[in-house]
Design a protein around this ligand. Structure first.
Ligand code: SF4
Length: 376
């Protein structure tokens, strides 16, 4: 299949792996302790486990699964807010499918639907707007979720609603932005990351320039990476070459998709509708300044946070849930006490087990789980 098979060629993968194994031997630090390499995006986490790449890497590399799965970093309190909106009698609550099962403190959106709320799965914000057109007697709320990848389509939907004068459409905005989050990781005293595989889809929108501070101020390399197995392996080769040579640069392995300057039309739409929030709460990472966006005052009438009275309470994760430690790379998913026992993709306790891009779900689905270890 064109543009897929070429990136899954076993011979080329073997060559890349040989190169990776040779390169780590040339990096002095890797001889003392494993290099900590964070794949920022949940799409990379999924690919790494789906294709068994982690097992093929040398012991000198430790992959840290980053915060780039928007469902996984959603705190419980925001899920409770969704449920509170959905429970209003005149509301149709619309959401992407993987957000349906994220546990809130009492219930998920799926539970709310089972209890009789009108919660509907949609594939795009435009689907939600269409529902609003069809049901002028209802308040239709779209659960806006995701990084810069999905922000433009939400922004364009708000613009379309404004253009058509649709008055029963609202956005519950939970869009987040990746750059302050990477900065928070770099500033965290708990974590030391030697280099990053940068998010391919987000970069398609924002381009290369926003990452330059990582090299300039923190002296760490970042490779914008594609999602096929050879993309990931080639990006690791590029990263290791920089570490061997003592360089810290931003490079783009995913040039077939990511233009240097990003997508100007998408950025313009985002800038028109959204502004940065002062801070946003992340599951496992706490509050990060300027890491979320909200609707600008000019479009306030579409803002669900103004339309509905929300609980808006910070809820701590259950004690048994170690999502935060997994997100920070402090433990591996299978080291969480409830992994594969109380917490499975069918019965997720934590958000990392819900989305296919979540590290726990990827480990569970594709990793070689040691069941004896789990039984202990
Ligand atoms: S196993 Fe479940 S509770 Fe534990 S870290 Fe993973 S998602 Fe969170």
């Amino acid at each position: 299949m064109k543009f897929v098979d070429e990136f899954r060629d076993p011979e080329m993968a073997k060559n890349a792996l040989d190169r990776i194994h040779a390169l780590v031997k040339e990096i002095p630090k890797a001889q003392q302790q494993p290099l900590q390499i964070m794949e920022v995006c949940g799409g990379h986490t999924h690919s790494i486990f789906r294709y068994g790449l982690e097992e093929l890497l040398p012991k000198e590399i430790e992959l840290v699964h980053g915060p780039g799965c928007p469902v996984c970093v959603l705190p419980m309190g925001r899920v409770d807010d969704c449920v509170a909106i959905a429970e209003q009698p005149d509301v149709i609550f619309t959401t992407f499918g993987d957000a349906m099962r994220v546990p809130g403190s009492k219930k998920s959106l799926q539970d709310a639907k089972a209890a009789g709320c009108d919660v509907r799965m949609v594939y795009s914000p435009m689907d939600a707007l269409n529902i609003a057109r069809q049901h002028p007697d209802k308040r239709v709320v779209f659960f806006g979720l995701g990084f810069e990848t999905t922000m433009p389509s939400t922004a364009l939907t708000i613009k379309q609603a404004e253009k058509e004068g649709i008055e029963n459409f609202y956005l519950f905005c939970n869009h987040v932005t990746i750059i302050p989050t990477i900065k928070a990781i770099l500033d965290s005293p708990d974590m030391y990351i030697d280099g990053f595989l940068g998010p391919g889809h987000v970069s398609m929108v924002i381009g290369e320039a926003p990452y330059r501070f990582i090299a300039a101020s923190y002296q760490r390399p970042l490779i914008i990476a594609g999602f096929e197995p050879l993309d990931v392996l080639q990006s690791l080769v590029m990263l290791l070459e920089q570490l061997r040579d003592g360089k810290a640069e931003i490079e783009n392995q995913y040039k077939r998709i990511v233009p240097d300057g990003g997508n100007h039309a998408a950025l313009k739409a985002v800038g028109e509708i959204f502004e940065l929030r002062e801070f946003f709460e992340w599951r496992g990472l706490g509050s990060i300044d300027h890491s979320g966006v909200q609707i600008k005052a000019a479009y306030a009438r579409f803002d669900a946070e103004r339309e509905f009275a929300l609980p808006n309470v910070n809820i701590a994760d259950p004690k048994s849930c170690q999502c935060g430690e997994v997100l920070k790379g402090v433990i591996k998913p299978w080291q969480c006490k409830v992994f594969g026992k109380q917490c499975t993709p069918e019965t997720p306790l934590g958000a990392l087990m819900v989305s296919t891009e979540g590290a726990c779900s990827a480990y569970y689905s594709y990793g070689k789980i040691n069941h004896q270890q789990l039984d202990r």
